[in-house]
Design a protein around this ligand. Sequence first.
Ligand SMILES: Cc1cc2nc3c(=O)[nH]c(=O)nc-3n(C[C@H](O)[C@H](O)[C@H](O)COP(=O)(O)OP(=O)(O)OC[C@H]3O[C@@H](n4cnc5c(N)ncnc54)[C@H](O)[C@@H]3O)c2cc1C
Length: 449
Amino acid sequence: MTTHATPDADVIVVGAGPGGSAAAYHLAHRGLDVLLLEKSDFPREKVCGDGLTPRAVAQLLKMGVDTSESAGWKRNRGLRVVADDAAIELDWPVLQSFPDYGLTRTRYDFDQLLADRAVAAGASLRTGVHVTAPAFDLAGRVAGVTAREDGRAVTYRAPLVVAADGVSGRLALALGIKRNPKRPMGVAVRQYYKSAVKHDDPYLESWLALRTADEPDVLQPGYGWIFGLGDGRVNVGLGVLNSSADYGKTNYRALLRDWLDATPEDWGLREESADGPVRGAALPMGFNRVPHYSRGLMLVGDSGGMVNPFNGEGIAYAIESAEIAAEVVAAALRQPNAPRREAQLKRYPELLSRRFGSYYRMGEVFVHLIGHPQVMKICTERGLHRPALMRLVLKLLANLTDSPGGDLADRIVNGMRIATPPLGRTRVRSASSAHRADDRLASFAERRA
Ligand SMILES: Cc1cc2nc3c(=O)[nH]c(=O)nc-3n(C[C@H](O)[C@H](O)[C@H](O)COP(=O)(O)OP(=O)(O)OC[C@H]3O[C@@H](n4cnc5c(N)ncnc54)[C@H](O)[C@@H]3O)c2cc1C
């Protein structure tokens, strides 16, 4: 194994999923020299529901992405919520702050498209680079990364590293930043099917009550989705939250199969119409990994547990956190000395907490409630027949309000948020104990590297 000379950058971004590519885009857009490292080669498959709410669309528009159908997107106009025999179609709200449409597109080329935006903005993308650990300077601060590339060990150096390496949180773990198991977490599986009936559905479909043909009276754990991709296929999946008694005990693939077998035959959601295997992954929610900044390393997206606990949406939050990180980094690098740079960087968790902290705390309560199927049953039975209430619920679940301003529903949701203390602020340890712990972690991580 050899180490060959590599170019330096102002910032290294690890992982070219939506969070990493957005971070690289926004950093490069601010004139910074950015190196974006990704272990896979594009295009590549990625386990996801492939659904984007208007919150995510707003972020794509900010990145200059053409979201027209002629550019390969399938637009949707809202959400259809289904529970047993009841269903309600809720259009996305008309707001000043967000567009009134959502999108679907498979991650197979969506991630490449975003990485291309980062490159067009000036970032350097290197694929096939498997980052193995942070590299530290003598003060124990992250000063780059070590990686495997073309079978060789390489080191890339930069004064700041953005970890956008997804749910595994490898870089965060190397600094001792672990997932908090008490915070919300989900597991979800998905499969593609060819479906002439459902592929062109103008609504994203969300199933709140899963039943199977064998046990129609039993409410199964979890929640399902059917998202039309507009290309003859649908993305179908289900997720179970860690607040459910069945979390970790459910055979998710079998449940998916049994649920779909109970759907109408002509939808085509049967084994013979499947397009590829069932795949699953974890959904890290509600800031389940903090702090989001430590010693030169910033966590963006899934690496910082930023999936919305209300609806399992992670792409919008990965991109938004990336934009906040880029703003903070750009401000920090303009500072004349290290202490002032560090003071700027420490604003990142604070800004994240301000944007999402109260909302995620409400989401945590929501996750506990819907972990009990009977609570969910009562809510859906009563709620689905009250369209005004459901429109408010949609705004809450999809985090779509105008603030300030908006209608009564916006003001109620915003009021709840303001009244809820935010998550995400970490307890401050005494400087000396923090320093000792940091030193231990740094030397441990260096030995591993
Ligand atoms: C079944 C399922 C369905 C979902 N459905 C939706 C949905 O419909 N809508 C939605 O908004 N969200 C959905 N999510 C959540 C969403 O997929 C994630 O929140 C989102 O991908 C997070 O983006 P990210 O950039 O933080 O991480 P990722 O998308 O996971 O990207 C991380 C990147 O880092 C790379 N990487 C990892 N380790 C290394 C390394 N050591 N070196 C170099 N590169 C590395 C990976 O290859 C990857 O490209 C779903 C998740 C699951 C599991």
